[in-house]
Design a protein around this ligand. Sequence first.
Ligand code: RBF
Length: 350
Amino acid sequence: MRRLIHTTRLPEWALAVTLMLLVPVIFSGCGKRNDAGPASRVSIAVFVPGVMSGSPIYEMLAQGVQRAGSEYPQAEVQVVEAGYNQAEWEPKLTALAAAKSYDLIVSSNPSLPALAQAVSAKFPEQKFLLLDGEISGNPAIYTMRYNQREQAYIAGHIAALIAQEGKTPIGVSKKIGLIAGQEYPAMNTIMLPAYGEAARTIDPAFKVDFRVVGNWFDAGRGAELALDMIRSGSAVILCVAGGANEGVVQAASETGAKVIWFDTNGYGIRPGTVAGSAILRQDLAAYEQTKRFLDGTLPFGTAEVVGIKDGYVDFIEDDQNYIAAVSSEVRAKQAELLRRIRTGELVLGN
Ligand code: RBF
């Protein structure tokens, strides 16, 4: 492992600017340094491309890395929120690598591999562990991407079952909604198509109303889009919009519409309104892969894709709020789909 304390040729003002840019929000592992001295310390930065609050995928990222760090006395973990201005991500990531203070930078987002690749060209010694993205062949970068075709498929399946059953103010409907924070390749080419494809296995007439917030925080805009969708006939809406999800849930609960939650178990957020949770075990992935790094076994240069059979993508069926919100007929059909995927009877690809 590289030494934590080192000499740097950056002028003092550059260092000050770097530190200001990197507003550290959480420190953990402080005080856990062992007596062997700084040479044995391992410093890990969690680079959050956005903010954690309201985005379960980032909350899980930080939790997982911190949990791994807490199991190794020599490890220290620092979480850095890069904010919503995506133009600032590359300079901020560059500053983090330029500081030469971190043995590993951990992050999560489909846009991170390209950014890390650019930073890696300038700072080839900097190691990256990237989740929810994919790149292979760079000896400094390891990636783990989730099978989001499966995740969106199981979400579309339950959404269509509930819409078809018609126990909402709209009645029987062949239209389901999807609200995304922004358009990006994984959304447009994987999640949106899989969501509709699953719905059309329930009835080929199903259509998807797809709307985009334009950012990952505007709950007011999320609510507006959801209300408009409900007025146009979608009573079940999948939300993948970070902090804007809150507005979608609010609008749905006021109108009796249903929300399908993505990434974490969302039933408790608004019992009765949240009627499905298609999750990623990003906390587990972050924990396990950080541990592999700390054990010296993380296979840098490789890219893994994991899904339902590996236990990293799932649908939560045993939550009391799900059981109370969704009829036993719909739950039985959803359970049957999950069984077929888990046993390999239905292979969705990725
Ligand atoms: N998901 C979030 O929950 N919060 C975010 O702030 C967020 N920002 C993103 C920014 C970009 C540029 C991209 C490509 C995706 C972003 N996502 C965000 C979506 C995230 O990567 C993932 O696709 C979803 O969380 C669904 O698993």
